[in-house]
Design a protein around this ligand. Structure first.
Ligand SMILES: [Zn+2]
Length: 207
């Protein structure tokens, strides 16, 4: 369990090995973990003078349970998720969200914003990057050169494409598209963030 200040505006919270990384940017949160560690998350938010009710927007990088399970705690926040993954959390689909794998309870969620490629919200650009799931997105802050990659890309390589909704060819195309961006930092859905020279990650993958 740890909290890491990425820059003046962004805080990363890692609750456990099961939970996705959670990124706090003002009153926006990117991914919310499994929801299993309510008390830890409550305490961490308190340490940065935040509470669940102060958030207005949740952006989910994709529909997997370890990224969306905590959505319900942010009860004032609208949920934004790509349109191709939205149905699975609206219908509480335990297979496509992997809630069955995590042994998690999933309730149908109301999606406030169905995202499309190129959408902008909270000053961030949504890029549809299918391959890990059909509706996986990366979230790009062009001014800072920061890319939130969910499970599409990690510090040490690309994400899985063998789960329901996954597609290795689409994932390869998505990575190629991301590699053309000007990126300084990669903030992935699990594991360590890349805090400088993020383009080297693409060089390693693409050769
Ligand atoms: Zn995932």
């Amino acid at each position: 369990m740890r909290m890491l200040k990425i820059d003046e505006d962004i805080i990363m919270i890692a609750l456990s090995d099961l939970d996705s990384n959670i990124y706090i940017i003002g009153d926006t949160v990117i991914d919310t973990g499994t929801g299993f560690n309510f008390t830890r998350l409550y305490d961490m938010l308190k340490r940065i003078n935040k509470s669940f009710d102060s958030f207005k927007l949740i952006i989910n990088t994709h529909c997997h349970f370890d990224h969306i399970g905590g959505n319900g705690y942010f009860y004032n926040a609208k949920i934004a998720i790509h349109k191709d993954d939205a149905t699975y959390i609206e219908n509480a689909d335990i297979k496509m969200t992997k809630a069955d794998f995590f042994d998690g309870k999933l309730h149908p969620m109301k999606v406030g914003i169905k995202l499309n490629d190129g959408d902008e919200l909270a000053g961030l650009k949504i890029m549809h990057t299918p391959g890990h799931t059909e509706g996986s997105v990366c979230i790009y802050d062009k001014n800072k050169g920061i890319l939130f990659t969910g499970d599409t890309l990690f510090a040490d390589g690309v994400g899985r494409s063998d789960l329901p909704g996954g597609d290795p060819q689409k994932l390869a195309l998505s990575i190629e598209r991301l590699s053309k961006l000007s990126v300084e930092k990669i903030l992935p859905g699990h594991g360590e963030p890349v805090l400088k020279n993020a383009s080297e990650v693409f060089t390693k993958i693409l050769g």
